[in-house]
Structures are given as structure tokens and as C-alpha cells.
Design a protein around this ligand. Structure first.
Ligand SMILES: *Cc1c(COP(=O)(O)O)cnc(C)c1O
Length: 420
């Protein structure tokens, strides 16, 4: 075997092996409520950890710059055909390294530096890559940002229309990262048509809900649809772009050679596996369960005096203003982590506090639903959060909740984990 031994990781690099075991333990013992996270299946993990990572294959199937693509072409074609069928798309590109590069490819396909683009502002629930000032998308393009209404914290389509008429953007982005309500894709389509903009829907968070039938699909409505593959979709970390046939060549050229080199073929295989899993009937039940759990958790939290933004949720996540509990979002998030409940602090709309210590937290149910936890566990989560918020400074209180959380977690083994 040449100059190298080929030992298992635990022997070859015990330090990293120990750290990975530690992460397995954390993901098993804690309740993971970060809205963008999930548990990928063992099958997805196996494909992603495969020899396909060794292969270079710049280009697209049957038009590669390197030889030896007998297997890789089939892998990529299979991923594409499964995703086309699953989402009803005319064209799919599975090569983006993640959600952010997928979005950047869309800018590169259609815009020149300095062009006007429009997206939902980050503090209103939008993503950095939709034109935020610190992002390349806000620095290299003229970014116009829309928000949510002061009265009900929902996307203000009147404002979107007014701003679009005034600025006539080349791209109109719709898609969210911290927004608990259904997106009205046909309404965005009408605005884009009125001003001659291309409509780009970013379904990074909700792709799994979309193909599971728990959120309306933007595919066929938006000109281009981007997504991650690792959030509600439960695939490996990656990105994908769907578009109408008319834009296929512009998108493909923008991804490669415009933005990237060789595709991550091991990830492509993982995406193909995730697409296969998402086509099964149990995935529809999963998507429904994610939303049911989120609704149950949101109403249980509201009953306990937490400030649920917009009063509830239609999707997999909720935003909760915790100032009514005498805490900042960061204080609560840090106390909850000690109590075995992992989430992220998050700005709420019109937040008077700074983003690094905002008024709220974001809570998502994709990961807990992947473990098979149902609404009964959601009620316990609300109760635990209530107990933590009542006495966030007491280590005893937090340790007691953590023990109860661990006991419940032991009953719900998570997909893809290896816990000794
Ligand atoms: C998560 C997310 C992205 C970025 O995905 P990465 O894989 O983290 O780069 C893009 N858009 C939206 C709306 C997201 O929620």
C-alpha cells in the first residue's frame, strides 16, 4: 500500500476521532433547535464520506475537462434527474458548494457590477446574500432592501412593489432565513413582471417542506430557484439551483467556469441519496410533522408569556422575543445551551438591541422531527424553556433541565449518529 499505512481514524488520528465522538455525543444528548440544522441520514453520510471525493471532474456530464468520468457522470445525472422529478424543474445544477455560492452564481449569471438588485433585509429575516451591506452582494451591486410591516411583522408586498417600481431591479430575491410565515411566490412574480425583473426564490430553509408538500413551491413560478441541501432537505452540505430551460446555460456557465472549479462529487452523491429519500412517502409525513411540531411549540411558548413574532408560524421555525421574560436573546440562548437545548439568538423585527445581543431567539423543528419527536415532546420543550427563563442564573436549575432533556433524548435515537 505504498508509503502509507491505512489505519482507521481512531488509530491514525485519535485527537480528531475523539472530537468527532464528542460531537456525536452532543448531537445525541441535546435537543437541537437551530432552524437551519438537521440530522442527515446514515445513507447520506456514507455517500458523502465516499471515494467520490477523490475525483476531479470540472465541467458537466459528457463535457468534462478530465478523463475517467464513467462513474461520476452517472452520479451527477442521477442526482439531477431525481431532483427534476422531485421538484418538477426544467433544469437543475447540483454543483454549487453551498447556498451562498449558489446565490453568487445567480448574480454572476445575470448581473454586472453596479446593477440594482432587491432582497429582504437581514433584520427582517432575509439572508446576507440577498444584498446585505457587509456581503459581496451588497458591496458589488446596488442593493435595495425591503422589510416587514411594523404592524404585523409580515413581508410588506406593497413596499416591495413600490421599491421595485422606483428602482427597477435586475433581480428580485424572495426567500428567508428567519421568517415564520408562508411566502407568496405568485405575488412576487407579479411584481417582478411589472418591473421587468428576474424573480429569484431562495428556498434554502424550506426545500424539504416544499418537496414534502408542506410549503407552496416556487419552482415554475420564479425564473431561478436556489437552495441549500442540508437544512430541511436533510442532505449533505451543499447547494443547488433550479431554473427554467431558457436560463440553463447562463446558470451552468456561472457556476462553472464562472465561480467554481471541480464539483464535490461525494456531495453530489449525498444529494442524490437525499433526493431519493425525499421522494418516499415518509418524507411527506416528516415535512408535515416539522410544521405541526413548530405550531405546537409556538403556541405552547406563547401560552407561557414568550413573545412569538407574528403570533405563530406556518413553517419549520419561529422567532421569539424574550424581553417579556426579563432576558436578552443571548442570555436565554446561553442558559438553554447549558440546559441541553441548543438554539441561536436572533434579532426580531425592529429590534432596538444590537445583532450581537438581540431581543430574541430563533427556534426550528427540523432536527427534532428527524428524531421522531412529536408534539408531546414540543410541550416539554416549552416547559423546559419556561423553567430556564424563570431562573437562568441558577446552575442547579439548568443542570436539572439538562438531565431531563438527556433522558428524553435517549428515547429518540437520531439518524446518522454513531454514539458508543
Ligand atoms: C442558509 C441560507 C443560505 C446560505 O447557505 P450556506 O450553505 O450557509 O452558504 C442562503 N440563503 C438562505 C435563505 C439561507 O437560509
Amino acid at each position: 500500500m505504498g508509503p502509507f499505512t491505512d489505519k482507521p481514524l481512531a488509530e491514525s488520528d485519535p485527537q480528531i476521532a475523539r472530537l468527532i465522538a464528542g460531537e456525536n455525543r452532543l448531537e445525541h444528548d441535546k435537543i437541537r433547535l437551530i432552524a437551519s440544522e438537521n440530522y442527515a441520514s446514515r445513507a447520506v453520510m456514507e455517500a458523502t464520506g465516499s471515494v467520490l471525493a477523490n475525483k476531479y471532474s470540472e465541467g458537466y456530464a459528457h463535457k468534462r475537462y478530465y478523463e475517467g468520468q464513467q462513474v461520476i457522470d452517472e452520479v451527477e445525472e442521477l442526482a439531477i434527474s431525481r431532483l427534476k422529478a422531485l421538484f418538477g424543474a426544467e433544469h437543475v445544477n447540483v454543483q454549487p458548494y453551498s447556498g451562498s455560492p449558489a446565490n453568487l452564481a445567480v448574480y454572476f449569471a445575470f448581473c454586472a457590477p453596479g446593477d440594482t438588485i432587491m432582497g429582504l433585509a437581514l433584520p427582517a429575516g432575509g439572508h446576507l446574500t440577498h444584498g446585505h451591506s457587509v456581503s459581496i452582494t451588497g458591496k458589488y451591486f446596488k442593493s435595495v432592501q425591503y422589510g416587514v410591516r411594523k404592524t404585523d411583522h409580515r413581508i410588506d408586498l406593497d413596499e416591495v412593489r413600490d421599491l421595485a417600481r422606483q428602482h427597477r431591479p435586475k433581480l428580485l430575491w424572495c426567500g428567508t432565513t428567519a421568517y415564520p410565515r408562508t411566502l407568496d411566490f405568485p405575488a412576487f412574480r407579479a411584481i417582478a413582471d411589472e418591473v421587468g425583473a428576474l424573480l429569484v426564490a431562495d428556498m434554502a430553509h424550506i426545500a424539504g417542506l416544499v418537496c414534502g408538500g408542506a410549503h407552496p413551491s416556487p419552482v415554475g413560478i420564479a425564473d431561478v430557484v436556489t437552495s441549500t441541501t442540508h437544512k430541511t432537505f436533510r442532505g449533505p452540505r451543499g447547494g443547488m439551483i433550479f431554473c427554467k430551460a431558457a436560463h440553463a446555460s447562463a446558470i451552468d456557465k456561472a457556476v462553472f467556469p464562472g465561480l467554481q472549479g471541480g464539483p464535490h462529487n461525494h456531495v453530489t452523491a449525498g444529494i442524490a441519496v437525499a433526493a431519493c429519500e425525499a421522494a418516499r412517502p415518509e418524507f411527506k409525513a416528516y415535512a408535515r410533522g416539522v410544521v405541526e411540531n413548530a405550531k405546537a411549540l409556538a403556541s405552547a411558548l406563547a401560552e407561557r408569556g414568550f413573545g412569538v413574532v407574528t403570533g405563530g408560524t406556518d413553517n419549520h421555525l419561529m422567532l421569539v422575543d424574550v424581553t417579556s421574560r426579563g432576558l436578552t436573546g443571548k442570555q436565554l440562548a446561553q442558559a438553554l445551551d447549558k440546559a441541553g437545548l441548543v438554539l441561536n439568538y436572533n434579532s426580531v423585527p425592529f429590534d432596538p438591541r444590537k445583532p450581537f445581543d438581540p431581543s430574541g431567539v430563533r427556534i426550528g423543528t427540523p432536527a427534532v422531527t428527524s428524531r421522531g419527536m412529536g408534539t408531546d415532546v414540543m410541550l416539554r420543550i416549552a416547559e423546559w424553556m419556561d423553567r430556564v427563563a424563570k431562573d437562568a442564573g441558577s446552575e442547579d436549575n439548568l443542570a436539572k433541565v439538562a438531565r431531563e432533556v438527556k433522558e428524553v433524548c435517549a428515547k429518540y435515537p437520531a439518524p446518522g449518529l454513531r454514539v458508543e
